[in-house]
Design a protein. Structure first.
Length: 484
């Protein structure tokens, strides 16, 4: 066990039908601290039997839970919000230990994730409908919204509290039961969140959690069960496509927040210092391990040198280290595979002509660390221009014309978010319209907000999470014709 984290402060078991229990056969898998490579915990390794128990519990609970009142659901979410805020330090410590992000950033994620609970506690009591009259006057048209039914929720490792909250909260608000599979690399934060929902009074069977080292052995039985009516997934495009094929077999509602390849465009009239500030947020949040992270920096040739030098200076000044140590600004990457990927992408870009302005190396010692890196003159055939970097690497490519910038930005299968920096309102709105993405940051490097609909187009996903429409992903519309 890591000496910096008390194992009595977190759960490691499955949670099914209101009971914390071991996995079938008492199987476990290890969770490590990516900063030290020490084992933090042994977590229950669920399999087929556990998955079937969980989806059966969600199915049984749905009939009662769907009749719960909006106020009851809202009050549970509000109590959960209060408990998350009250437990900020504990949740952040768990998150930093298993995921690596600096403690200050982990606390920021706790606050961000909690806002989904508060937001959807308020949306739960505002589920509306419609009432009108048919055009011939013979029928009254009543439109109501009902819970879609049991939901399969699958979350990634990079934001273990916020992604759980972003899916669980609207499901609760809508009256849906759930089966939930957290990421294998960061299950402890998710289990701590589940404990908070239990403390907040969520009825048994409404939220069931199976941790596992073999995602397919758990998720596939859920998808094929015939009980689940919706799947909500955040993760890679490759896995999302697999789940969409599985969802088709039972015609399940699907929400997919998948990969990104975000362009960051700095136009000729941009305020360079403002753009660098935005770049630090868009690139370095969560060590660059975010689907919204700026991946490709397209900077007008007249500003490319100044922008690159200023960004490199800011990146070089960042303090890299164990996220639990005060003053750390950049923690480790999540695992060896992620570190090897980033190192390989940088090497490929340099071999093809890119120049390193800062970074480009692995520090000595334990942990999966990579120094914050800025590359310039990155050629378009570099591999990191075509794939998510998921690390602290900013790749700058100069452009000359605005039409060229739009073409380069849209020349990708992904379309989650794009960033544009300009002092012209006309250019800002033109680029916002031209970019093939679901979200645009204009003169800002941060777009995530519980009050806004989060999601992308093309291979970046389907549906939206958060905002006023986030709850609709968990509701079905029913039309009742009433004769006059």
């Amino acid at each position: 066990m890591s000496p910096s984290l008390d194992p009595s402060t977190f759960h490691t078991d499955l949670f099914i039908d209101g009971v914390w229990r071991k996995a079938t056969g008492a199987a476990t898998f290890t969770v490590e601290n990516p900063a030290t490579q020490e084992v933090i915990a042994e977590v229950a390794d669920g399999g087929l039997d556990d998955a079937l128990d969980a989806i059966a519990a969600a199915g049984r609970a749905q009939a009662t839970w769907r009749t719960s009142t909006p106020r009851e659901r809202a009050d549970i979410l509000r109590r959960a919000f209060d408990l998350v805020i009250a437990n900020t330090d504990r949740l952040a410590a768990i998150m930093t230990a298993e995921m690596g992000k600096p403690l200050a950033e982990a606390k920021g994620e706790v606050a961000y994730g909690a806002e989904f609970l508060r937001w959807f506690s308020e949306e739960a009591i505002r589920i509306g409908g419609d009432h009108t009259t048919s055009v011939d006057g013979n029928t009254r048209i009543l439109i109501s919204k009902e819970p879609v039914g049991p939901c399969v929720l699958v979350t990634p490792w990079n934001f273990p509290l916020a992604m759980g909250a972003r899916k669980i909260a609207p499901a609760i608000a809508a009256g849906c039961t759930m089966v939930f599979k957290p990421a294998e690399l960061t299950p402890l934060t998710s289990l701590a969140l589940v404990e908070i929902f239990q403390q907040a009074g969520l009825p048994d069977g409404v939220l069931n959690v199976v941790t596992t080292s073999d995602a397919a052995s758990v998720v596939e039985p859920w998808m094929s069960s015939g009980i689940a009516r919706k799947v909500s997934f955040t993760g890679s495009t490759e896995v999302g496509k697999i789940l969409l094929r599985q969802a088709a077999e039972n015609v399940m509602r699907s929400s997919m927040e998948l990969g990104g390849n975000a362009p960051f465009i700095v136009l000729a009239d941009a305020d360079v210092d403002r753009a660098v500030d935005g770049a630090m947020k868009a690139k370095m949040r969560n060590m660059g391990e975010a689907c919204t992270a700026a991946n490709r920096f397209f900077v007008h040739r007249s500003l490319a040198e100044e922008f690159g030098e200023k960004l490199a200076k800011r990146m070089a000044e960042l303090q890299v280290g164990n996220g639990a140590v005060e003053g750390t600004e950049v923690g480790p990457l999540i695992e060896q595979a992620g570190l090897d990927k980033v190192d390989g992408l940088v090497a490929d870009a340099v071999a093809k002509g890119a120049r390193i302005l800062t970074g480009g190396s692995r520090p000595q010692g334990p942990g999966y660390f990579y120094t914050p890196t800025v590359l310039t003159d990155v050629p378009l055939d570099a591999e990191l221009m075509r794939t998510e970097i998921f690390g602290p690497v900013a790749a700058i490519t100069p452009f000359d014309g605005e039409d060229e910038a739009v073409h380069l930005a849209n020349d990708t299968d992904w379309g989650l978010v794009g960033y544009v920096f300009t002092e012209s309102v006309d250019k800002a709105m033109r680029f916002s319209s031209a970019l093939e993405v679901g979200m645009v940051g204009l003169n800002t490097g941060l777009v995530s907000n519980p009050a806004a609909p989060f999601g992308g187009v093309k291979h970046s996903g389907l549906g939206r999470e958060g905002g006023k429409i986030g709850i609709d992903e968990f509701l079905e519309y029913k039309y009742t014709a009433i004769a006059h």
